[in-house]
Design a binder for this molecule. Structure first.
Ligand code: NDP
Length: 300
């Protein structure tokens, strides 16, 4: 069995590779700079460039492709060119995968296609699941086009799972950005804290991806979120309590807009309470089902 992981050098990809290492999976990481692959992973991982004409030869009927590639949405202000990169990097990666599968004439066993709970747009206090239609906003539009970029593979007979991931909690990512104010006694929710936070522990993010890679009956959209999403004010409280620090200093929306521009409204001041309905129906068992347990595990 071979896993081809596009964007495998990123926050989730690195953890997925670590999870697969030492198992029956042979691992290929597709990257814009495969030198980085050698630097990150000591051995046992093949790094290949997207434009290396040889990687299509790695496709086989037992290959599972995991597509995580895309411009990071949270580092840097959303200028017009950043927004363009967020969108086109994702669409191009998806289109390239479809093109290569078509040219190779080989049907891989499955594609795990990344997406995000941003697909649903802001959803206030309503609990949502995979049957909820896509919503409004830039991120929802990005997710729709991102998911659509590999849709054609389904009609070509590839088992395709779309993973709508929430905020992944681990050593890095969003949590790393949230910690400094909390550690410096300045912690609190963004805005009124009423917005939903659909989170997932990294162990479950990679656990669920592997579950979908190996579960041949699984296809379609899956929310990769813990079964207990919370509002941001509760998230702040639990984070503060875990660190033994105050957690009530609300960050005013105008300050967030000043610092982060449009990203403040799309990412920090709105959210959704997404349930992993289809993942649980498929039989996945969460290691970290509550935020208290997840943060205790990560922050010690
Ligand atoms: P990262 O930003 O850490 O990694 C993504 C990878 O994509 C990078 O390692 C890079 O690989 C590649 N990449 C970056 N910029 C570009 C670009 N402009 N064009 C092509 N490839 C690029 O992301 P995560 O690991 O955190 O997340 C993986 C996917 O899951 C992302 O698409 C993200 O949007 C999505 N997601 C993540 C969440 C999270 O909380 N982390 C939440 C919801 C969704 P290389 O440099 O080797 O080419």
């Amino acid at each position: 069995m071979r896993a081809i992981i596009a964007g495998g050098t990123g926050f989730i990809g690195k953890n997925l590779v670590d999870n697969l290492k030492g198992s029956d999976w042979e691992i290929v990481v597709l990257s814009r700079s495969p030198g980085k692959v050698a630097d990150i992973f000591d051995s046992g991982v093949i790094g290949m460039r997207w434009d290396n004409g040889d990687w299509p030869d790695m496709l086989g009927p037992e290959t599972v492709v995991v597509n995580l590639a895309g411009e990071n949405i949270a580092d840097g202000r959303w200028t017009a060119s950043k927004k363009e990169r967020i969108l086109t990097s994702r669409i191009k990666a998806g289109q390239r995968l479809v093109e290569v599968v078509k040219q190779s004439g080989v049907t891989p066993a499955a594609l795990i296609q990344a997406s995000a709970v941003g697909y649903y747009g802001p959803h206030g206090d309503k609990l949502i699941d995979e049957s909820t239609p896509s919503g409004s906003g830039f991120l929802a539009e990005v997710c729709r086009q991102w998911e659509a970029s590999t849709q054609e593979l389904k009609s070509m007979g590839v088992r395709r799972c779309v993973i709508r991931t929430g905020m992944v909690l681990g050593d890095g990512g969003a949590l790393e950005k949230m910690l400094p104010p909390f550690r410096n006694y300045l912690g609190g929710p963004p805005g009124d804290g009423f917005q939903g936070a659909s989170w997932i522990h990294m162990a479950d993010e990679v656990g669920a991806i592997r579950f979908l890679m190996e579960n041949t009956a699984a296809s379609g959209a899956f929310n990769l979120t813990a079964p207990t999403p919370v509002r941001m004010r509760k998230f702040s409280r639990i984070l503060g309590e875990t660190l033994d620090r105050p957690y009530k200093l609300k960050v005013p929306p105008f300050a967030l807009r000043l610092l982060f521009g449009e990203m403040a409204d799309e990412v920090l001041l709105s959210g959704q309470l997404a349930l992993p309905k289809r993942l649980q129906e498929a039989g996945y068992e969460f290691r970290f089902a509550t935020l208290e347990d997840a943060l205790k595990d990560i922050l010690g």
